[in-house]
Design a protein around this ligand. Sequence first.
Ligand SMILES: Cc1ncc(COP(=O)(O)O)c(C=O)c1O
Length: 466
Amino acid sequence: MTIETIQQDFFARGEDGLPKYRRLAETLAHLIESGQLAPGDKLPTHRAMADTLGVTVGTITRAYAEAERRGLLEARVGAGTYVCPSHRPGWVFSYPTQTPDECNLGYNIPPYVDRSAPLAQAMQTLSQQAEQLNHLMLYQAPQGLSEHRDMICHWLNRHGIELDPTRMHFTSGAQHAIQLVLSVFCRSGDTLLTEHLVYPGFLGLARQMQLNVKAVEMDEQGLIPESLDAACRLYQPRMLYCTPTLQNPTTAIMSRERREAILAVCRRHQVLVIEDDVNGLLPVDAPPPLVNLDREQVIHFGSLSKCLAPGLRLGYIQVPGKYQDRLNTALHHHCLMISPLLSALACELIRQGDADRLLTTIRQDMGQRKLLLERYLQPYHIQHHAQSFHTWLTLPDHWRLSDFVSAAEARHVIVKSAELFTPPGSTIPQAVRLAVSAPHSHDKLEQGLAILAELLAQEPYPDFPL
Ligand SMILES: Cc1ncc(COP(=O)(O)O)c(C=O)c1O
């Protein structure tokens, strides 16, 4: 591909009524779609492009930004602008099959716990309440039944999460909460800030909604306030999305001081904070969630997926008071309401004491899995936490990321590449996420960890072009 091809297509479009930057964005879209520009191709510099087309550098900047917004290009800091990989790996969930010879460390699911007895008990109790059952089968207000909100908020409050039952809404898990927030607060082309490494479910939604995601530097406590401040100045973002507790994938937990500092920056720049607290109930001693510190600056959501069961599909969200009506309307438009049968079931599990018992069992099981992790991977750079489902492993210098992921897969161990967690345009670290919680048994986990330790210790076979 030469700059002349771009020039020809651009001028062949004639005066199509579009501003010049849009005409160039259309040109690039056409050349990429027709295969004349291939994934990984580097685009001419802004200056060279401007001189060739006889337009200003500003026009080229806007055109490249527009193409970036459409997911066609990515700007790599200090390295130029490139055509995006057409098959950038997506986050397509398939439940770990756990074939006999496979150890799947791919998905952040709770460790296997037999939930059948408490669930059967909860359903039996519900089944004996005829009037209540009939009531649960009716349409309800989008916010969900007040007695269910009272019960679940009370339980969350006991675990240090201060939500208000008059303001909280149920959602269909945390993923649905993210979608709701983005659809209520963002429009195509808006810029959002997030951690340098981030939950792929968020990246997928942002991409689908054509939002620009800009990464903010992190340290062992997550977002760095000074970098956030600089990013707010540079991008004037609409919102910040972050996971202050057991960040996915790095497991970082912000201290209380760090949380205060992040909120202070956001208040200064009038940036709303989206707090994803999906893992907030897992640690025994997490600092208070952001929503406890400033509920008028924070959109908070969480879910029962990690601490009880993802199959319950029950999450919750609370927005600042002035946005309450907008959220209510959006939820109504999305799905009218979340099935009250699910919130009734969750309430029953709480009432019976099983919600707490399950959480304790999950925490204890993770503690044992962590000991196995340390036994095998201690010599390597791992970031983990006693109650986190996942671990972040930075590869030794002699391993290339894609080689390691493939080598592990060849030995039937599935790990997730850092590529999935990296927003477009950011540097991809040589690291993988290991969902230590996912293998069905401790034996299976140990088998997978032993293989990873073996691989990490060996030099990959040198495969260089001669
Ligand atoms: C950070 C983060 N947010 C949201 C979700 C989605 O959670 P849910 O199952 O409640 O939709 C996940 C799932 O792993 C997650 O890791």
